[in-house]
Design a protein around this ligand. Sequence first.
Ligand code: NDP
Length: 348
Amino acid sequence: MPSPVCVTGASGFIASWIVKTLLEAGVTVHGTVRDTAREDRTRPLEALAEGTPGTLELFDADLLEPGSFGPAVAGCEAVIHCASPFFVAGVRDGQKQLVEPALRGTRHLLDAVEETSTVKRVVVTSSVVAVYGDAKDIEDMPADVFTEEHWNRTSSPSHQPYSYSKTVAERAAWERAEDQDRWDLVTILPSFVLGPSLTGRLDGTSTDTVLQLLDGRMKSGAPDLRFGMVDVRDVARAHVEAIRRGQASGRYIVSAESRSFPDLAVVLREKYGDRFPIPKSVVPKPMLYVLAPFVGFSWKFVRRNVGIDVRFDNGRSQRELGISYRPVREALLDQAERLIELGAVRTE
Ligand code: NDP
């Protein structure tokens, strides 16, 4: 296993699981956080290191600041670039809030990699949204399934700006990788990530989405939006395997099963019954056209996504990274239990 390994955005939902998995494997981890003076960000990470054979060192780094990743990357054999803004609702300026930090951050990180002769492999956390923009794009796929061969061509800074940010950032990483031959690039493309939070943070999109299903914000009904879904522990494992397995190469879709929000609500209701205000119905599509502008989504988004199935080919990740996927049900229920334990959900 390479060591040290730099993990950017270490205090995030996915990255904290990557840090934990590396520490348990005895790796020295150089984790970057935006502000090491914030103990609410650093303490949970330091707690992860206790009792493991690994060592954790934390560094300040901001995606928008040129040169800020240099100290964290120094001396590393591998780098996992996970930091990137992730939110989809209520975007005011997609270019500024999402595209610039994602793209400039990736370039700044790779500037540091180019100046660090010890780095042999870079793993970038991309997303399945770098493969497709809207669910309706599936109609253009030859076998009605999204694979690593496809690139998102339907998103822009004004339509699905988060998806666009991930697409341009991943493309920029591949362009830089192809310009040289000292380090190689592997990209991990998770679908929607579920599972227990290690840090107790409630502000991430993955955590907040499940919270919405439990805390009453979707009480009047769940939209029929369908996504690939995957457990955060499998996503972390895929990143670690991508640095551990020298022969890993290219892009890997990491997705267990496709499910809708109403499907998730059914699983939660089976377990919790009426204990929480979990949605019991599906919001009709015409109603979503009315509601969309009030919750920060466009009619185009509703038209091209609601009620449309998506399918992903996860074969490469199983064959080449050795991932055997946990069921989405387990990821969801473990996440819900963690939210209850954290006191984030009220009882009806
Ligand atoms: P989180 O919001 O929990 O983590 C995002 C991380 O990015 C945080 O550590 C955050 O730092 C960091 N970050 C954001 N802006 C900046 C900035 N300007 N400078 C430095 N760091 C910054 O999200 P996830 O863990 O869910 O996402 C992690 C990665 O995985 C992202 O690249 C995301 O696009 C990708 N992804 C996520 C999926 C999901 O469903 N969760 C699915 C597919 C891909 P801070 O801790 O200071 O807030």
